[in-house]
Design a protein around this ligand. Sequence first.
Ligand SMILES: *Cc1c(COP(=O)(O)O)cnc(C)c1O
Length: 384
Amino acid sequence: MPPIKKYLFTPGPAPVPPEVLLEMARPIIHHRTPEFSAILDQARERMQPLMGTSQEVILLASSGSGAMEAAVTNLLKPGDQAVFVDGGKFGERWGRLLSAYGMTGHRIKVEWGQAVRPEQVEEALTAHPESRAVFMQTSETSTCAIHPVARIGGLTRRRDVMLVVDGITSVGVFDQKMDEWGVDALLTGSQKALMLPPGLAMIALSDRALARAKEVNTPKFYFDLLRELRLQRDEHTTAWTPAVSLIAGLNKSLEMILAEGLPAVFARHQLMAEAVRAAAPALGLKLIAPENPAPGVTGLLTPSAIDSGKVVRHMRDVLGVSVQGGQDHMKGKLVRIGHMGYVSPFDMLIAIGALEIALQQAGHHNFEPGAGVAAVQKRIERGV
Ligand SMILES: *Cc1c(COP(=O)(O)O)cnc(C)c1O
């Protein structure tokens, strides 16, 4: 029998609250109507504080990678050079996108779990002075590590180099200050901290990026950000048929997030992350990113004799608790627990309780059952 109740603690997709599900279940309205325009305007405006910007937020009907592609094709020309931070699967994706469009990506290789050092970016820009942009993640979901975007912004804003940031597991998780940090493009997707199903992406561009987009002639059609901006800002509509239900859901989820209050939302994520981290030593596990851990997802390394894939499968198939394993060379070695969006600190008692049972099942016995759960509970008791 499959478990009757299921828990979703993956680093995307993440759970969707019933209020948002109900909003999305409402009858479809036509998108060229004042009724839809009002929802679109409000949702776009409500995104601004989450992204730390007073720039217009553009909504796209795609997963997060669509916004990554849009950033590349709207801000660079074929033949352009750029630097990208490759500290995991998503950093690597920047490199693949750049080469797909005939651009040259100069890679900064960062060990999984580590943060890029600003000096590495400085060196890359000095070695490749033609570079037009730096592409990076705020939070590299595959390695559960964060990168110092604010400090990189300090470097790029002094040069004629744009800073393009994938904030897919950081927008709505911790404070993003796009304008203050000097970020030229910040993008995210719906299925992580925004408490929505997959299928919607958001991107905001700085004035510098908007000026650059006007000069860029890279072939594109669907993801034409200047066209989208003009229509969304001036005509209160989208270029193509929008994801109507998802946008209505977004407006609802943002209402909930802003009602909780951004400081409280960020503190809740921090508390969940610290609670899961506290469980690691109690279970004899190490963190993959102990120095710069992401607040939205925590990566626990399993001992070499324990296949993390087996642990993850037991949790999902037997216990009904979905978490994720490692990718590429971390396959079999890593358990990633997502704590983003519609998740409460108490949910971490379930996640760690299930992890304990699955670890024991997989042959990892050198901890007292309940030790991880107790560590989570103690951290919750201390409060935010
Ligand atoms: C989930 C994720 C993506 C991928 O987005 P899709 O929605 O799967 O296209 C990109 N970057 C980061 C950091 C992510 O966590």
